[in-house]
Design a protein around this ligand. Structure first.
Ligand SMILES: Nc1ncnc2c1ncn2[C@@H]1O[C@H](COP(=O)(O)OP(=O)(O)OP(=O)(O)O)[C@@H](O)[C@H]1O
Ligand SMILES: [Mg+2]
Length: 219
């Protein structure tokens, strides 16, 4: 049976495939397509909603968001109606802009992860202004990797910056948890985390985000 979620990576760096290959019982279908991005054209006829995760700044959490949001959505959306949601992980570099542009052709919306640090602001603005906004697609900026132990100053600065640009911003903030960092090595996604309190908190952010973005789940 087809899974309700399909995750595609078009990042030539292929860290998504490295991670996905370590996961037993992947909760979604997965493939790596950077060499053949034109294969994405088949997505047009599936009726599925296609979400592109993009930021040409490296290391902001695109892969972490793609795999974990994909897992959370697969967990709440039944596969009985076939494929419903596609998540595309994209390159964190300006050189591979053509791959990102190809993915946007088939997308319904864009998710832009941003860490709560000033150094990421200008590169994120470049991606949004030069690539995302010209596509005409709806997009949402998602603050990722906020460590509550650092206090709220950087978080508030980031929210203020995003809002001042007039960009749509998800209310859900993905917090920083060591378990997310370790998950790639351990071959896990959030739905496979152990059932202790901290792991539950960590996974909750992705379920809240899925709900907020309207990708499945009901309140
Ligand atoms: N919320 C989080 N909590 C803990 N660690 C995180 C979180 N988000 C990202 N990381 C860690 O930060 C690093 C970069 O994340 P990730 O690989 O998802 O970014 P990326 O945008 O896909 O990078 P690239 O542009 O290189 O593809 C990884 O080590 C990842 O585990
Ligand atoms: Mg990545």
């Amino acid at each position: 049976m087809t899974a309700s979620v399909y995750v595609v990576s078009i990042d030539p760096q292929a860290s998504t495939v490295w991670w996905a290959n370590r996961i037993t019982d992947l909760p979604f279908d997965f493939s790596q397509e950077h060499e053949t991005p034109e294969n994405l054209a088949i997505l047009k006829n599936t009726g599925a909603r296609v979400h592109v995760v993009a930021n040409q700044k490296g290391g902001v959490g695109k892969t972490t968001t793609t795999l974990n949001l994909g897992a959370a959505v697969a967990d709440v959306v039944s596969s009985s109606n076939g494929l419903q949601h596609v998540f595309i992980d994209t390159p964190g570099s300006l050189q591979d802009e053509n791959l990102l542009l190809e993915a946007l052709k088939y997308a319904h919306d864009v998710i832009v992860p941003i860490p709560p640090e000033g150094l990421a602001f200008d590169p994120t603005a470049r991606t949004i202004q030069k690539v995302v906004e010209p596509s005409g697609l709806p997009f949402k900026v998602v603050i990722n990797n906020w460590d509550p132990r650092d206090g709220t100053a950087d978080l508030e600065d980031t929210k203020a910056y995003v809002d001042a640009q007039g960009w749509a911003r998800a209310n859900t903030v993905i917090r920083r948890y060591k378990i997310h960092t370790r998950a790639s090595v351990e071959g896990r996604v959030v739905t496979q985390y152990p059932r202790n309190r901290v792991a539950m908190e960590a996974r909750e952010d992705f379920f809240r985000l899925a709900l907020e973005l309207g990708y499945g789940g009901t309140v």
